[in-house]
Design a protein around this ligand. Structure first.
Ligand SMILES: [Zn+2]
Length: 446
């Protein structure tokens, strides 16, 4: 039996009835949180201990919309200037993803995953595209996930933009990977999960959508798709299909609690109602929306209407603390009200992302520290300069903790980073050199 004791820190459990506990410890046993108890009750326990003095113990953070492969876009200076979102896709992302090899998919993912460990992000819901090397791409990324020790739910983005053969390969890639994950999960694999990925309404024919939705249903899973990221996506849907995107997807049977719709920057009232009624998850990506100048998703209105709004980064960063701060400022600005948006933005990361993860990792109870749940924990350097309790916690998280350094990252009881040093058998210098070499080749496409 493997055991680990976390002691002397302040624990913020989050989750329902979340508590802030001083003078408590967490006993981890075989990857699970076995006990959360006062230190004197745990004093007789024999286990290696981590001293969390001067640190806040939090559940590992969850990024609900990510693209690992965008690692290779960092510093890419040769992109033609774009006047709108469709040009951003054509001038940057669709050139980059076509140049990605299986090796590139693996290396770019591993770099992002290690960054996740450093930033305290322990679970990623990723969306992948590599149209010239579709088959086998998800299992290569899965290998990187396993090496990192983090959790990830992977999807391949099916699209008709590269022709029918590539679309077909994407459907098969999703189906095969989801089946492998389901088999893995029944054999106790708790790191990897699969979702059926689709690009966006404007690059998907009815035929491809129908086939994909059918396969997702057969596999008893949801879809992970971009929805109304730019206004042009809605305009093209109305023009081509005479309906809104969410109505189009609803007709295909793509809505439901396990489906993730990313962005939702330009949803109409009827679409928001459909998301709320069906329990479809909406994932907000504020930094990306600002970077692409596509608009602001109204998370306050969507939350009021009953939509479960989570938070992703769309690969702008692996740092969820950074994203949640931006989400907070942007929601206030959007409402032109300094008292609005705080709870919706903080709730997206610290509460709703856990609900989203529950759809794929039911037993693990990710995103909160609870007895019987997975021991996915982070220790953040933090000496609160004002009283810290359950009433002040969100304020501390947003204005203080979010700017502090993550010291220790633990997933499933395994210590992946300690004293800010990765505890993995990975040569990071070599990995970075490999990434530079592969990305330089990708950049030749520009
Ligand atoms: Zn995205």
């Amino acid at each position: 039996m493997s055991r680990l004791l976390i002691k002397n820190g302040t624990i913020a459990t989050l989750g329902q009835g979340g508590r802030v506990l001083d003078d408590h410890g967490i006993l981890i046993e075989n990857g699970l949180v076995r006990r959360i108890a006062p230190l004197e009750e745990l004093s007789a326990v024999e286990a290696p201990a981590i001293d969390a003095h001067g640190k806040l113990v939090l559940p590992g953070l969850i990024n609900a919309h990510m693209h690992f492969y965008s690692t290779f876009a960092r510093g890419l200076y040769k992109i033609k200037p774009s006047a709108n979102f469709n040009e951003v896709l054509r001038n940057l992302w669709w050139k980059l993803d076509r140049a990605l090899t299986l090796e590139g998919s693996y290396v770019s993912a591993l770099v992002a995953l290690l960054d996740g460990i450093r930033k305290g992000t322990t679970t990623f819901i990723d969306h992948h595209a590599s149209p010239t090397s579709v088959r086998g791409s998800l299992s290569r990324i899965a290998a990187a996930v396993q090496e990192s020790g983090l959790r990830a739910c992977l999807a391949y983005e099916v699209s008709d933009r590269d022709g029918p053969e590539v679309a077909k390969a994407g459907i098969e890639e999703n189906a095969e990977f989801i089946r492998a994950c389901q088999k893995g999960a029944s054999n106790g694999d708790s790191l990897l999960r699969g979702l059926f990925g689709l690009h966006a309404s404007f690059t998907l024919s009815d035929e491809t959508l129908k086939k994909s939705a059918e396969r997702a249903r057969e596999l008893n899973t949801g879809v992970h798709v971009h929805v109304a990221e730019a206004s042009s996506d809605e305009e093209s849907c109305r023009k081509e299909h005479g309906t809104s995107i969410v109505e189009r997807f609803a007709k295909m049977g793509m809505l439901g609690p396990r489906s993730i719709f990313a962005h939702g920057t330009h949803l109409g009232a009827n679409e928001i109602d459909l998301l709320a009624q069906s329990g479809t998850k909406l994932v907000h990506n504020p930094q990306s929306n600002m970077n692409n100048a596509v608009g602001i998703a109204d998370i306050v209105n969507m939350s009021e209407k009953g939509v479960c709004v989570g938070l992703g980064t769309d690969a702008m960063t692996c740092n969820m603390f950074e994203e949640v701060r931006v989400a907070t400022w942007l929601a206030k600005l959007n409402c032109k009200n300094p008292s609005a948006g705080f709870c919706e933005a903080l709730g997206a990361l610290f509460s709703n992302n856990a609900h989203i993860a529950d759809e794929y990792w039911q037993e693990q109870k990710l995103g909160r520290i609870v007895e019987g749940g997975a021991a996915d924990l982070i220790l953040v350097d933090y000496n609160p300069p004002t009283p810290l309790d359950s009433r002040s916690l969100l304020g501390h998280l947003c204005f203080g903790v979010a700017e502090s350094a993550v010291d220790t990252t633990i997933v499933g009881g395994k210590v992946l980073m300690k004293n800010k040093q990765l505890q993995l058998d990975i040569d990071e210098e070599r990995l970075a050199a490999q990434a530079r070499e592969l990305s330089a080749k990708v950049w030749e496409a520009f």
